[in-house]
Design a binder for this molecule. Structure first.
Ligand SMILES: CC(=O)N[C@H]1[C@@H](OP(=O)(O)OP(=O)(O)OC[C@H]2O[C@@H](n3ccc(=O)[nH]c3=O)[C@H](O)[C@@H]2O)O[C@H](CO)[C@@H](O)[C@@H]1O[C@H](C)C(=O)N[C@@H](C)C(=O)N[C@H](CCC(=O)O)C(=O)O
Ligand SMILES: Nc1ncnc2c1ncn2[C@@H]1O[C@H](COP(=O)(O)OP(=O)(O)OP(=O)(O)O)[C@@H](O)[C@H]1O
Ligand SMILES: N[C@H](CCC[C@H](N)C(=O)O)C(=O)O
Ligand SMILES: [Mg+2]
Length: 485
C-alpha cells in the first residue's frame, strides 16, 4: 500500500526520503517490524519509541513516523514528522484497514463504572434482534461467538482498527465497545465513527493517570464530540456537562431519580435473584425483570435500552433481550453454600462501585455482611482509605486482603486501606494472602450471611511483583464449598 495515500488529511513534514513508496504494514512496536513496515515512534510512559527507530530499520522498516527529529538513519529510509504520533497512527490505521467502523453500527460506552456490564446487556438485545455482534472490553473481545483474548479494556488504535477490520470480514452488524478514559486521552479511538455514545457515571478512580477530576471528566467528554447520539445518565452529576459540551446531533437521557429523563425507571424491587422495575418511555410504561440485582443494574439496563432504541430496535425486542441476559462473569455473581450462606464475587475496585454493591446487598441481607477486599498496586492510591471507610461503614466484618499488588508491597497497600476502616467501628482482620483472606471469611460464615469478595471479578490471575499467578475468586469459593460437603 502507498504510504502517501495513508497520510491523506494528515499534516506532516518530510525530513528525509520520499513518501511515494509502498509499505507492507504499520507497527508502533519495533519488535514487530517486518520487511517494508512503517514504524511509528510513540513517546511512552516508560520508554521513548524514537529510541527504537534504528532497530526498526535494521529489521526492515522503510519509513519512520516521528514527533521529534532523529539522526543516523539511512538516507533511503523515509522519515516523516507529525505533531502527535499517537493521533496520526489512529487515522493512518483507520485508512489502512479501509474505514471499518463505517461498515457496522458502533456503540461506545464510557464512565467509571458499568461499561463492561452495559456492553453485555446491549449484546443480549442486539442478538435478540438477530444481528451479529462484536464486543470489545475488559473481559474479552468477541466476534459473534468467537472469543478473543483482551489485554486492554480499549486496544491501541492500530490493534483496534485491525479488530474492526476482522469484524467486518465476519459480517458483524453492530459493535459495542468499552471506551476507557485512557483510550480517549491517548487517541486510541480517534478516527472511529461512533453511532451512539453512552455515558454512565464519573467517580473517583484513575487520578494516578488523569491527575484531576476535571481532566478525567474532559477525557470522557471527547466521546460525545465523536458520536451521533449521546445516551446520558442525567442522575449523575456530570451527565448534564456531557450534554452541554458535547456535539451529538441528539441526546437520549436516562435516570431513576430525575423524572425528566427520557427513560425513567420507577418502582424498583430488588432481591438476590435480580431486580424488577418499571420504565417510562414516550408516555408508556414497561415492566422489566433483570437477572442481576442492584439499583446500579437498573442504570446499566437503561443505558443499554437507550442505545438500542436509538438504533431503532423495537421495545419488545429490547425487553426480551435484557430479560434473557443471565448475568455477567464476576459482576455480582452469587454462589450459595450448602450451609446456607451466599458469596458474591464482584469486580468493584473503586469507591463508588464498592458502595453500590454493598448498598444493594443491604437491600436483601438477612444476616451479616462480610467483605473481603483490597486495592490494586501501581494505581490511584487516594482511593485506598476511602474504600476502607466504605467497606467498614457498610459491613459487619471485613477482611482486608491483596488485590493485584503489582510492584508495590502488599502490606503497605493494606495499611493504607486500614486508615479508612479505622474511622468506622467495623471489626476487621488483615490477611495479605488473598486465598487465606477468602478462607478466613468463608470459615466464619453462618446461615443467612452474605460474603462479598470484591475487586477481581472475572480475573483469573493475580499480579505479584513481576509474577502472574493463576487466581480465580469464584474457583476458590467453589473449591471451598466442596470441603464443606
Ligand atoms: C498508560 C498506558 O495506557 N500505557 C500504555 C502505553 O504504554 P506507553 O505509551 O507508556 O508505552 P511504553 O512501554 O513506554 O513504550 C513506548 C513506545 O515504545 C515502543 N517500544 C518499546 C520497547 C521496544 O523494544 N520497542 C518499541 O518500539 C512501544 O511499543 C511504544 O509504542 O502503551 C502500551 C503499549 O500499547 C500499553 O501496554 C500501556 O498500557 C499500560 C501497560 C497500562 O497499564 N494501561 C492501563 C492503565 C490502561 O490503559 N487501562 C485502561 C482501562 C482503565 C479503566 O477504565 O479501568 C484500558 O483501556 O485498558
Ligand atoms: N452503573 C453502575 N454504577 C456504579 N457501580 C456499578 C455500575 N455497574 C457496575 N457497577 C459496579 O462496578 C463494578 C465494575 O463494573 P463493570 O465491570 O461493568 O465496570 P467497568 O466500567 O467496565 O469497569 P472497568 O473500568 O474496570 O473496565 C461492578 O462489579 C459493580 O460492582
Ligand atoms: N481497569 C482497572 C481494573 C482494576 C482491577 C483491580 N483488580 C486492580 O487490579 O486494581 C485498572 O486497570 O485500573
Ligand atoms: Mg470494563
Amino acid at each position: 500500500m502507498k504510504l502517501q495515500g495513508l497520510l491523506k488529511n494528515i499534516d506532516y513534514e518530510v525530513l528525509q526520503g520520499n513518501e511515494d513508496i509502498n509499505i507492507s504494514n504499520i507497527q508502533y512496536d519495533s519488535r514487530k517490524v517486518t520487511d517494508a513496515s512503517l514504524f511509528v515512534c510513540i513517546k511512552g510512559f516508560k520508554v521513548d519509541g524514537h529510541n527504537y527507530a534504528k532497530s526498526a530499520v535494521s529489521k526492515g522498516a522503510k519509513a519512520i513516523l516521528v514527533e521529534d527529529d532523529i539522526e543516523g538513519i539511512d538516507k533511503d529510509i523515509a522519515i516523516l514528522k507529525v505533531g502527535d504520533t499517537r493521533k496520526a497512527i489512529a487515522y493512518i490505521a483507520e485508512r489502512y484497514y479501509n474505514h471499518p467502523s463505517n461498515k457496522f453500527r458502533l456503540i461506545g460506552v464510557t464512565g467509571t463504572n458499568g461499561k463492561t456490564s452495559i456492553t453485555y446487556l446491549t449484546k443480549s438485545i442486539i442478538e435478540e434482534f438477530n444481528k451479529k455482534t462484536g464486543i470489545i472490553g475488559t473481559i474479552e473481545n468477541r466476534i459473534g461467538d468467537e472469543v478473543l483474548k483482551a489485554s486492554r479494556t480499549t486496544p491501541e488504535s492500530l490493534d483496534l482498527q485491525e479488530l474492526f477490520y476482522n469484524m467486518v470480514q465476519e459480517n458483524v452488524n453492530a459493535v459495542v465497545m468499552e471506551v476507557s478514559s485512557h483510550s480517549l486521552a491517548l487517541h486510541r479511538v480517534d478516527a472511529c465513527k461512533f453511532d451512539v455514545g453512552i455515558y454512565t457515571n464519573l467517580t473517583l478512580d484513575h487520578l494516578d493517570f488523569h491527575k484531576t477530576m476535571e481532566n478525567y471528566r474532559d477525557a470522557k467528554l471527547k466521546l460525545f464530540k465523536m458520536c451521533d447520539t449521546g445516551v446520558i445518565n442525567i442522575d449523575d452529576k456530570y451527565g448534564p456537562y456531557m450534554m452541554e459540551n458535547g456535539t451529538c446531533k441528539r441526546y437520549l437521557t436516562y435516570g431513576i431519580e430525575n423524572e425528566e429523563a427520557d427513560l425513567n425507571a420507577t418502582q424498583l424491587s430488588i432481591d438476590l435473584g435480580g431486580v424488577t422495575f418499571n420504565v417510562v418511555y414516550e408516555g408508556n410504561s414497561y415492566k422489566i425483570t433483570l437477572n442481576t440485582p442492584g439499583k446500579f443494574s437498573v442504570y446499566n439496563a437503561l443505558a443499554a435500552m437507550g442505545a438500542c432504541l436509538a438504533l431503532n430496535v423495537p421495545m419488545d425486542v429490547v425487553i426480551n433481550g435484557l430479560e434473557k441476559n443471565k448475568g455477567i462473569r464476576g459482576r455480582f455473581q452469587s454462589f450459595t453454600s450448602s450451609k446456607g450462606y451466599t458469596v458474591i464475587v464482584d469486580y468493584a475496585h473503586a469507591p463508588d462501585g464498592l458502595l453500590n454493591v454493598l448498598q444493594s446487598m443491604k437491600e436483601f441481607a438477612k444476616a451479616r455482611i462480610i467483605t473481603v477486599f483490597g486495592c490494586g498496586g501501581d494505581r490511584d492510591t487516594s482511593k485506598r482509605p476511602i474504600m476502607g471507610e466504605i467497606a467498614g461503614n457498610n459491613s459487619d466484618y471485613c477482611v482486608i486482603t491483596s488485590d493485584n499488588p503489582r510492584t508495590e508491597d502488599p502490606v503497605s497497600i493494606i495499611d493504607e486501606v486500614e486508615i479508612g476502616i479505622k474511622k468506622t467501628d467495623c471489626e476487621y482482620v488483615k490477611v495479605a494472602d488473598r486465598l487465606k483472606g477468602i478462607h478466613t471469611a468463608l470459615s466464619m460464615a453462618k446461615e443467612g450471611d452474605l460474603i462479598l469478595i470484591a475487586g477481581k471479578g472475572h480475573e483469573d490471575y493475580q499480579i505479584l511483583h513481576d509474577k502472574v499467578i493463576h487466581f480465580d475468586d469464584a474457583e476458590v469459593v467453589l473449591n471451598y464449598f466442596m470441603t464443606e460437603e
